[in-house]
Design a protein around this ligand. Structure first.
Ligand code: TRP
Length: 400
């Protein structure tokens, strides 16, 4: 069928959505701000507890069509749009940094954001199979190779070992409710769960696609890229005596200096920002797909018109978000720490409590382990995920 993903296609498309600025831009600065290894450990725990159950639930809900809770779709398109606005601003920074690295200067932010949106729209325009699937099949392997090259180059620098230690040495006294909330937010952010992007992709899955297995593959790739990115960035930061707690500007302000101090740094710099922009692009296409497929399904809007409409809406939002740092930070915090986990919570409740029990269990049958794992996953979705998210929320905002 024309608008269905192949088995590998959906894995790569979902991984393309998951692997993005969250892994390469956000993850390192979150680690830096939250004290290194302690954050990494809580993050990995979150991935283990929430990752496979919530992602499988979201896939299931998407493939099933959220028939019993149609309002879930309206909610998802709203949080996707808000998220997309914020994401576009950061994507603009990446493209600008890429432009700078090849000698293009003096273009305003809005133009870079527009370029990002137009590239996204162009891929969307070509359709699910010809646009999205083909793009991710080329881009994902390139991304892996680039990251490996940069990581190895970083590790070859003198003094890089400090950075490796910072990443892996855990000081448990640093674990606070806020750190846990941040780690959970980062987990949902990085895995692309909770805004309905993966649910939308699941509409184009083949019926027999194995959900837990697909989720596991996507999560392994996403986590590998995040850790690789950390391994690429911290050794270089430490080798050159820079500050790892720099915050959101870490990769944009610290890294160019790091690259300047390296032999062959100019090339690494171009490669790195190319990597970052590529990763962003495979994520934004999944965001725009939520909007266009929603417009098509709910309002009967033709795909190409939907793409045009979504582009305009997102551009306006991005310009607004770009207007003040305060607004941008607020959007990031609202979306990452609250909207995404809340969305994951709703998917878990929907699949765990509202959908047909037997159908869900059947859909959760993972190859080759069968019944037991399916039951475990089902119970995690039903009994563990919702209260855990609620607890971390309450703890994080000081209610416990
Ligand atoms: N996972 C993306 C990243 O790491 C960010 C993201 C979160 C996302 N939810 C999404 C991207 C939904 C696309 C669709 O950068």
């Amino acid at each position: 069928m024309e608008n269905r993903f192949g088995r590998i296609g959906i894995v790569l498309a979902a991984a393309g959505s998951a692997v993005g600025l969250g892994n390469i831009w956000k993850f390192p600065y979150m680690i830096g701000e939250n004290g290194g290894g302690a954050f990494l450990i809580v993050y990995i725990l979150c991935i283990l507890v929430f990752g496979v159950p919530v992602m499988s639930a979201e896939f299931y809900a998407g493939r099933e069509g959220m028939k019993r809770w149609p309002w879930l779709k309206h909610l998802m398109v709203l949080s996707t749009t808000l998220f997309f606005g914020f994401y576009t601003v950061v994507m603009g920074w990446c493209l600008e940094a890429l432009g700078n690295s090849i000698g293009i200067h003096g273009i305003i932010n809005e133009v870079w954001m527009l370029i990002g949106i137009v590239m996204t729209a162009a891929i969307e325009w070509a359709g699910v199979k010809k646009g999205i699937e083909r793009t991710v099949k080329v881009m994902m392997p390139i991304l892996f190779i680039l990251l490996l090259v940069i990581g190895i180059r970083g590790l070859m620098m003198k003094g890089s070992w400090e950075g490796v230690r910072f990443l892996w040495e855990a000081d448990f006294s640093k674990i606070t409710p806020t750190l846990v909330l941040n780690a959970m937010g980062q987990c949902f952010f990085s895995l692309s769960i909770g805004v309905g992007a993966l649910a939308t992709y699941a509409r184009y899955m083949q019926g027999e696609q194995n959900l837990p297995r697909t989720a596991t593959e996507v999560i392994c790739m996403d986590t590998a890229v995040a850790i690789l990115a950390g391994m690429a960035i911290f050794p270089a930061v430490f080798a050159l005596g820079m500050d790892p707690t720099e915050g959101p500007k870490l990769v944009f302000e610290v890294l160019p200096v790091v690259f300047d101090g390296m032999r062959g740094g100019e090339i690494i710099r171009v490669l790195f920002f190319l990597l970052l922009s590529t990763a962003a692009l495979t994520s934004t296409i999944s965001l725009m797909e939520v909007q266009t497929s929603y417009a098509e399904e709910q309002w009967g809007v033709k795909r190409h018109n939907g793409i045009a409409g979504a582009s305009v809406a997102v551009f306006i939002l991005a310009v607004a978000a770009n207007h003040s740092t305060l607004m941008l930070n607020w959007m990031d915090l609202l979306v990452s720490n609250y909207l995404l986990p809340a969305g994951g919570l709703l998917f878990a409740l929907y699949v765990g409590w509202r959908c047909d029990k037997n159908e869900v269990k059947q859909a959760l049958l993972p190859y080759p382990t069968g019944q037991k794992v399916s039951l475990l996953l089902y119970n995690l979705i039903r009994w563990v995920v919702p209260p855990m998210i609620a607890l971390i929320f309450m703890d994080g905002i000081g209610l416990l």
